[in-house]
Ligand binder design. Structure first.
Ligand SMILES: N[C@@H](CCC(=O)N[C@@H](CS)C(=O)NCC(=O)O)C(=O)O
Length: 205
């Protein structure tokens, strides 16, 4: 059984959503931010959320976990193959969702959750938000032709990777249209309406 150690609002939603889209059974074990439960620490000494366990496989990178599921239990249309036109964009955006968007944003989210935010915002905070805004231009350009998904004409792991930081930016951080273009927000909202996403979000509460 696939087990996902998850907390509400965290990156584990990428894994739950992938399971739902692929019809894979899974169970959710709720954990806290930086949980110190020995079972959890043994799985992931860095104590970040999520962790996915499937037999002997233990993965604490959410995007890697989605790739694991697709490779282990596919084939699935969630993956764009090397012989498809969108392959390069697919690789780009799978990585972009975490390395380009979510990881830098983690610093802003972390200090907010710890109640240690600087007021007025620090230079580091402004640097990260400015970087996020510039990266939004890349998504805006990709979606400029009105497409529903980033690549391949269908939902892929690239969308599942990218929508997580978009949700955090608008939900938790309340960044507005001056940072997140309306076409990008519309894209995220469309994907959030998918039945599989809704089921995943309900499981992850
Ligand atoms: N790259 C990792 C990042 C994991 C991560 O930073 N998770 C957040 C919650 S969504 C966390 O545990 N933050 C607490 C910390 O960094 O101490 C992934 O994609 O799973």
């Amino acid at each position: 059984m696939i087990t996902v150690y998850h907390m509400r609002g965290a990156r584990g939603i990428r894994i739950l959503w992938t399971c739902e889209e692929m019809g894979l059974p899974y169970q959710v074990k709720p954990v806290q931010l930086r949980d110190s439960d020995p079972e959890f620490v043994a799985l992931n000494p860095s104590r970040t959320v999520p962790v996915m366990v499937d037999g002997d496989a233990i993965i604490s990178e959410s995007v890697a976990a989605t790739q694991y599921l697709a490779a282990r239990y596919g084939p699935t249309p969630l993956v764009v193959s090397p012989d498809e036109a969108g392959f390069a964009d697919y690789l780009q955006f799978v990585m972009f969702g975490e390395a380009g968007l979510a990881a830098p944003m983690s610093t802003v989210v972390g200090v907010r959750l710890m109640g240690e935010e600087d007021s007025p915002p620090s230079a580091v905070h402004r640097f990260i938000i400015d970087g996020f805004k510039r990266r939004m231009s890349q998504l805006e350009r990709q979606l400029a032709d009105g497409r529903e998904f980033l690549v391949g004409g269908r939902l892929t792991l690239a969308d599942i990777s990218v929508t997580f930081p978009l949700g955090i930016a608008s939900g938790l951080l309340k960044l507005g249209e001056d940072i997140i273009p309306s076409s990008v927000t519309a894209y995220r909202r469309r994907l959030y309406e998918r039945e599989a996403f809704r089921r995943a979000a309900a499981q992850g509460r």
